[in-house]
Design a protein around this ligand. Structure first.
Ligand code: DGJ
Length: 350
């Protein structure tokens, strides 16, 4: 090849490589709801039905590790109750909410004991973790169930470090009732609550936890009576309490519900479906799991949801979207991709 021709080819290759690098970086610096989200080692993030905790300037994302074959037990055929065997709860850490390092399984299945709540044959769903400053322990609550979802217990585990290992304590039927989909909410005064589907998913319960957050205190309220909800989320903004949930259609999507209250104990006023944009009537083909504030910003709240793939559960995706407010009403607008700059124009609300 003549020298000028070779020089030209090299220049073109350099330009193409730089362009490809810039495009890759640009893509990585955005959140793409519903698309495969890779961790820092290049593997798809595996943390379903989860939540995010901020601790010492680091975000920790905990969720169900879904791997292996997806199958439909005979007992669950009438309602498409697909499952994967329990493998544990996985954790990722991040400084910027975009790049996530796999911290491994922080709570592992217990294959050697068929009676154990964490045996692969059971159900472990919707783990949520929070740090209790009083005990200096990380507390995880989760939905524990039998393969047919009839046991309906709440399980609790504890750790000294955000990346575990979590020691499993026990599972309970809180307030003498069943408990399935669940979340945790910690208020500004350090009081922690579990919010969960009870009475066979008919009614949502809000239970105050003990000071160490490891037991139910006995104080609870029944809300949204007979409204049949799952995927409950509670968060606070501008002194008001907000609630998100789905209806009950198994792994299939339905319209999101929302509500607001001046006290966690209610009364709760339903506000309807906050989603806008394509497929808003199906929660963008997903289901809520958590809402958390971006550290160091005012009024920057991120909605986390799951887009389940019921016949291949490990391929379920994540729906992360910014929350916007119109007065007291929250809105979750569909976005193909976005980054934290969407919050730059937010009103300062204190
Ligand atoms: C909907 C729940 O929200 C999920 O966590 C899971 O329990 C599925 N139902 C099972 O069908």
């Amino acid at each position: 090849m003549k020298t000028e021709k070779r020089g030209f080819v090299i220049r073109v290759l350099v330009i193409v490589s730089v362009f490809a690098f810039v495009c890759r970086q640009g893509r990585a610096a955005q959140i793409h709801p519903g698309e495969i989200w890779l961790d820092s080692s290049g593997k798809p993030i595996n943390a379903h039905g989860g939540g995010v905790m901020v601790h010492e300037q680091t975000y920790y994302w905990y969720g169900e590790n879904k791997e292996g074959k997806t199958w439909l037990p005979e007992s669950n055929k009438s309602w498409d109750g697909y499952r994967v065997d329990v493998t544990g709860v996985r954790c990722y850490s991040s400084k910027d909410l975009l790049t996530w390092k796999d911290e491994g399984l922080v709570l592992k299945a217990v294959p050697e004991d068929p009676a154990h709540d964490l045996h692969p044959s059971k159900v472990v769903e919707r783990p949520k973790v929070a740090f209790n400053p009083r005990t200096e322990k990380f507390v995880m609550w989760m939905h524990i169930d039998s393969p047919d979802y009839k046991a309906a217990h709440a399980g609790v585990a504890v750790a000294d470090s955000p990346t575990g290992p979590f020691a499993y304590i026990e599972s309970v039927r809180p307030e003498g009732q069943d408990s399935r989909d669940q979340t945790m909410f910690v208020d500004d005064d350090g009081k922690a609550y579990r919010i969960y589907s009870s009475e066979n998913n008919d009614t949502t319960y809000i239970s105050l936890l003990s000071d160490d957050w490891l037991k139910h205190s006995g104080k609870f309220v029944r809300v949204f009576e007979k409204r049949r909800m799952e995927a409950q989320v509670v968060f606070k903004r501008g002194g008001k309490y907000y609630f998100l949930a789905s209806g009950c259609t198994g792994w299939d999507p339905n319209p999101m519900r929302s509500a607001v209250a001046d006290s966690i104990w209610g009364p709760w006023k339903e506000l309807g479906n906050p989603c806008t944009g394509p497929n808003a009537d199906k929660t963008f083909f997903g289901q809520s799991t958590f809402v958390f504030p971006v550290a160091g910003r005012t009024d920057a709240l991120i909605f986390m949801g799951d887009r389940w793939n019921k016949s291949n559960l490990p391929d379920s995706r994540y729906l992360w979207l910014p929350i916007r407010f119109e007065g007291d009403r929250l809105k979750i607008d569909w976005k193909d991709s976005w980054d934290l700059s969407v919050f730059n124009s937010n009103l300062i609300v204190q």
